[in-house]
Design a protein around this ligand. Structure first.
Ligand code: CAA
Length: 399
């Protein structure tokens, strides 16, 4: 404990709870490959994805965010949350923060700051770092950070196979049960034109190969800086998580450490752990800013060999571009905070769409002319108590 003049700063802050939600429909990427006249192995091996979740209109980023957070919050958490951040690049409003709708749905108190953060796939990491700073300066209070996105590149585009939908909610608190996050990290911002979505477009534009170059280049720079500053001794790193727009992208990042750059034993260990970190993402697809946190959950829930005290690295990347390399330590009893069964059920109970159903769901849109629209409820499971019921006078109506 460090004593400040007015506040007591607790040195251990980080992720206390984590949960995710993904919509209950998916497209099998072999079906997509066949429909687009592509060898399925390009998607399964070349891109490294097997399925992608598809969101119906009623599971927008607000509904998904609330569904991700709902099951993990106790009454005490709801009282103590003083900062609510929704990180997204699939924003539903140019003015009002998605966090305000989420605050309402989760029945949080009004005694909090509710904001939305945007910086492509980096947004949630910005949220986590702000949340850690908030909790360090407000010990006893908590922060809820939710990453929620629907990745949309368009039908029959090169990016189509790298779509997906979902939300990851994380509660940041003092003396966290899962991961203590180190205050020192390395970051870099650099204006690039690798990926963007103008206000008038519901689809993203990407210079795909260039985006891969920037992602890798920024990783290499931050990793080199981390070595110079002795922040990332590979021998003491039990896992290295990457932003995973598709699993091959993270694999390419990790491979930059191969070929003798780090000791073979460390590279083998990081590669084995990487395989566990992509289990969920390969089935869900790209959830943009939540992807690296879905990778964290996937690692924690699928890897049996991790132990309390293990140090984990995070390479977070957001197009445009901002990147950050930071580190955290697994806490005793972190496994007790995980709900592997619920997450497996969520993935296994999804309904497979055929191409016609996928294209119809992808092309469906909310009215934009002020008329009234009622939506059917797509997910009746316990995992989705929140949904968008419709639109009235240009306003979304949630239940
Ligand atoms: N069997 C096995 N592998 C095959 C194959 C087959 N039959 N056919 C092709 N492949 C391999 C290729 O060799 C290639 O491998 P490498 O990448 O290792 O070279 C891989 O499959 C992809 O094939 P292409 O090179 O032909 O790629 P493409 O032109 O179809 O596009 C893409 C791939 C650029 C990733 C595209 O999907 C895209 O633009 N996606 C969106 C952009 C993106 O996600 N960028 C990532 C970094 S930016 C970011 O991370 C932010 C974010 O979330 C958006």
């Amino acid at each position: 404990m460090m004593q400040g003049t007015n506040v007591t700063v607790n040195a251990t802050v980080g992720i206390d709870k984590i949960n995710f939600y993904t919509p209950n429909h998916y497209l099998d990427l072999v079906d997509l490959a066949q429909a687009r006249g592509v060898d399925p192995n390009k998607f399964l091996i070349g891109i490294g994805q097997s399925k992608m979740s598809v969101a119906a209109l009623d599971q927008d980023i607000v509904a998904m965010a609330a569904n991700a957070a709902e099951p993990m919050l106790s009454a005490d958490d709801r009282q103590k949350i003083g900062l609510l951040i929704v990180a997204t690049e699939s924003s539903i409003d140019q003015s009002k923060a998605a966090a305000l709708f989420v605050q309402d749905l989760l029945e949080l108190t009004g005694n909090l700051r509710a904001i939305e953060i945007k910086e492509a796939c980096y947004g949630a990491t910005a949220g986590i770092q702000l949340a850690c700073d908030y909790v360090r300066s407000h010990p006893g209070r908590k922060a809820l950070v939710i990453a929620s996105d629907i990745a949309r590149y368009g039908l029959d585009t090169p990016g189509e196979v790298t779509q997906g939908a979902g939300a990851v909610a994380m509660l940041v608190a003092s003396d966290p049960a899962i991961l203590a996050i180190e205050p020192e990290s390395l970051y870099e911002s650099r204006s690039t034109g690798d990926f963007w979505r103008p206000n008038y477009s519901t689809l993203a534009f990407a210079r795909g190969k260039f985006s891969e170059e920037v992602y890798i280049g920024m990783f290499e720079e931050l990793w080199a800086k981390a070595q110079d500053q002795e922040m990332a001794n590979p021998e003491h790193l039990q896992a290295l998580l990457f932003h995973i727009p598709f699993s091959k992208m993270g694999r390419k990042g990790l491979r930059t450490l191969g070929g003798g750059k780090i000791a073979e034993a460390d590279y083998v260990r990081l590669t084995e752990r990487f395989e566990q970190s992509i289990v969920y993402g390969k089935e869900v697809g790209n959830i943009y800013t939540g992807s690296i946190y879905l990778a964290l959950l996937s690692l924690l829930e699928n890897d049996e060999s991790l132990r309390a005290g293990d140090r984990i690295g995070f390479y977070s990347y957001g197009s445009g571009s901002v990147a950050e390399l930071y580190f955290g330590t697994l806490q005793p009893n972190y496994r007790q905070r995980l709900d592997v069964q619920a997450h497996r059920t969520l993935l296994d109970n999804r309904e497979r769409l055929d191409m016609r159903e996928y294209e119809a769901m992808f092309s469906a849109a909310l009215v934009t002319d002020g008329s009234e629209q009622d939506l059917g409820r797509s997910d009746h499971s316990v995992a989705a108590p929140h949904y968008l019921a419709g639109v009235k006078n240009h306003e979304r109506q949630y239940r």
